[in-house]
Write a protein that binds this ligand. Sequence first.
Ligand code: 6PG
Length: 471
Amino acid sequence: MEQKYDFGLVGLGVMGRNFILNVADNGFTAFGNDLDNEKVDALIKEGGDVEKVNASTSAKTFVNALKTPRKIMLLVPAGKVVDSVIEGLLPHLDKGDIIIDGGNSFFTDTDRREAYLETRGISFFGAGVSGGAKGARRGPSIMPGGSKSAYAHIKPIFEAVSAKFNGEPCVAYLGPKSAGNYVKMVHNGIEYGLMQLTSEIYDVLKKGGSFTNEELHATYTKWNAGRLQSFLVEITSKIFIQKDELNLSKIGLLDQISDKAKQKGTGKWTSQNAMDLGIPVPSIDIAVSMREISALKEERIAADKIYDRPKVSPMEKVKLEKLAEEALYFSFIVTYAQGLHQLADASKEYNYQLEIAQIAKIWRAGCIIRAGLLADITKAFQGDKNLPNLLVSPTFVKKVQSTVSSARELVAYGATNGIPLPGLSNSLTYFDAYTSARLPLNLIQAQRDYFGSHTYERLDKEGVFHTEWED
Ligand code: 6PG
């Protein structure tokens, strides 16, 4: 009898090839599919044994080579490609087969595809995969959403290939429909926030303390060994000392990289959807805006010439480094708090039944936002399932209380010296506003009623009021 394979994967780019090799390393047989002959040949060669890893350019050969119910993962660019790959597979599939979209698809696309495939008897999963190419090869964090009963078929494979934290797999069934893609989207929103914060801190250390790249490397390395331990701080420490192979002078590569940051959209989607649902995520919003401001390079250069900038008054290195560490820790917490708040509210809106502790748990290893902090975040939500916001968790109150004054001092220093720290100041503002029993928005209500008779509520009486304001 012709051999049938355990797992199928469409899209043999770097992520796809690495993922399929990871599957094979874990004792499952896997079959790949790509339109590109070279990619198919490369995978067969790298797999080494066609009984373990095989591939074909033909969708029909690919589908026929898989055990039923077929488990087919797509690692192709998000958007129309996903739909066309699905259409190409459909004529060859049987009822009960499973398609898993591993890309960063927009969550409403996943809902549409799930509903469509359900009519054909096919289970569809949106399963965000985080960890980049290395993660795909050595163990990513996987965020699957879809049919709970169908998940049983893919669970053993996903648990085997995922990253492990203290032996626990960084994958779990998260919820129905697009729950997995939504969680991955917010993961990326948080990723944007943390990246913006680490960049601002680099800027202030450099401008305020004249830290060299070597000193920045040493500082971030030290931080990564402490409570700021995280993938992003770790890679940042390495980035500072990366040699520039195109420039034989001593200048590091980082100094030669253009300051225009690109984006593929997941951070923007997080912000947009948070706005739609009325959930404040200013640390993520500003990270998206900063990528947009960064793209206005020509305008920035012109505007830079018009305005005088305050001369930076240097801060003593040891003091600045301490402030920076505390401010970064504070703002990391506030950023996770916002993203998780978004997940909790979106879960109610879309009926995802998300468990925040479980999400924090599968982010502890493998993904881009993995950090030591996530172990504490997991515990906080395990201890109180209905925690409204990380900021009010007793363990986090202590962490925030002991670092917020440094965030204040650094934001003030940045403002006085013309060093933009928007992620840090938005995090501080979010904290100050979220923890204020009274905000000045009573005035906004009065203004709305003044010019538009929009009515207001009172503190001392129930009901809705309108005043004929005196001109
Ligand atoms: C991950 C990353 C991954 C990708 C980002 C980059 O979790 O592995 O988030 O999904 O690198 O989408 O996003 P931008 O191009 O928008 O920065």
